[in-house]
Design a binder for this molecule. Structure first.
Ligand SMILES: [Fe+2]
Length: 361
């Protein structure tokens, strides 16, 4: 996006995955990954999955999306879902899906277990697909107390809209003391500044789509995305922004006092909070603390962007809070799974490139 300064250099947050004889990350790898999770709030483990394993994940996603009775997620942009700009849906707890999820958990056990005990619930297994014409999500935090994972089952290009993160904005004991005790206030200012720019971007994009043959608008889509009264956090929905009904951003808060603060702190905001867009290669897995500031950008390419995701709680969790922020498949709600269940579940058989990993480790 033109108005946001976003870096595409993620090298400072990457750890090449090396596996031991049991197929788990080596001790050195785990230490590096934990340092990144604690310092930046995320880590990108490159080549955690072999090409063959990523293909299995992609096939599970394709099967789910092809199912007309799939279970679509309610937490993100319902309007984008309705007009097939996005397709966010949960995956059923079939043996194949659980085996794929279990493989990643077992490989990452020593990293995830630093945050999540064996009894902690698997909150969701889902897939997030974005198509050309989707809106750019606003910078937000997911519900706190969760470790989330995105697995790239194919290469994701910058244009396809890999997730944007703001490293270092996660919360922990005493994190408010940073930046002269102003960390929280400055982060909220930064979020306001970003989200105003994203709103303008989304409005401009929707306006240009009226005459763009590549992204023809469906009947009613233009007005629905601008003035729908339906719950939706990630549209250029002016009505909800004006009414203060969007928790991510409100035009009502953008008064003279806020504008003065944004002007006064403009240098600190640009220096303290880097925006980094990921473009994970096939087989890479991103782990992040759920309260890290992030957003899913719009897909600006004709190639759909597909990502496999799952989330595990770090603590006990209230059911309403869980279902407000995550979309567990009905089969997962009927038969809950914990982190320990995934560690004990059969994993995918080791493929040749995984064996190569082990040998090199
Ligand atoms: Fe999110």
């Amino acid at each position: 996006m033109n108005d946001l300064k976003v870096s595409n250099d993620t090298s400072a947050y990457e750890v090449p995955a090396a596996l031991d004889a049991q197929g788990r990350l080596t001790g050195a790898c785990v230490r590096q990954a934990l340092t990144m999770m604690d310092t930046h709030g995320l880590v990108i483990l490159t080549d955690l999955l072999s090409d063959a394993e990523a293909d299995i994940g992609l096939e599970l996603i394709r099967q789910t999306i092809a199912n007309p009775d799939r279970s679509q997620c309610s937490f993100a942009s319902e309007t984008d879902n309705r007009y097939v700009r996005r397709d966010f849906c949960s995956l059923p707890s079939t043996p194949a899906v659980t085996r794929f999820a279990a493989t990643m958990c077992q490989r990452l056990e020593d990293v995830i277990s630093e945050y999540c005990g064996r009894s902690r619930p698997l909150l969701e297994v889902a897939t997030f697909t974005s198509y050309l014409g989707s809106s750019h999500q606003y910078i937000h935090r997911d519900p706190s107390g969760v470790i989330s994972l995105f697995a790239a089952v194919e290469d994701v290009s910058d244009e396809q809209g890999g997730t944007v993160f703001v490293p270092g904005t996660h919360a922990y004991g005493g994190s408010d003391n940073a930046h002269g005790g102003q960390a929280s206030a400055l982060m909220e200012l930064f979020r306001t500044q970003c989200n105003w720019r994203i709103l303008v971007h989304n409005l401009k994009k929707l306006w240009s789509m009226r005459r763009d043959d590549a992204t023809p608008l469906a009947p009613g889509e233009f007005w629905d995305r601008l003035f729908s009264r339906k719950w939706d956090q990630h549209q250029p929905n002016l009505l909800r922004f004006m009414l203060g009904k969007n928790s991510q951003f409100s035009l009502r808060n953008l008064g003279p006092r806020m504008l003065w603060k944004l002007y006064r702190h403009r240098k600190a905001l640009s220096e303290l909070f880097p925006l980094v867009q990921t473009a994970p290669r096939k087989g890479s897995v991103i782990l992040y603390r759920s309260d890290l500031l992030h957003a899913g950008p719009d897909n600006r390419s004709p190639v759909p962007r597909q990502i496999f995701g799952m989330s595990i709680a770090r603590d006990i969790i209230d059911t309403k809070y869980w279902h407000d922020g995550y979309s567990p498949h009905p089969s997962l709600m009927a038969q809950p799974l914990s982190f320990g269940d995934l560690l004990d579940h059969p994993a995918l058989p080791a493929t040749s490139s995984v064996l190569n990993h082990r040998l090199s480790a």
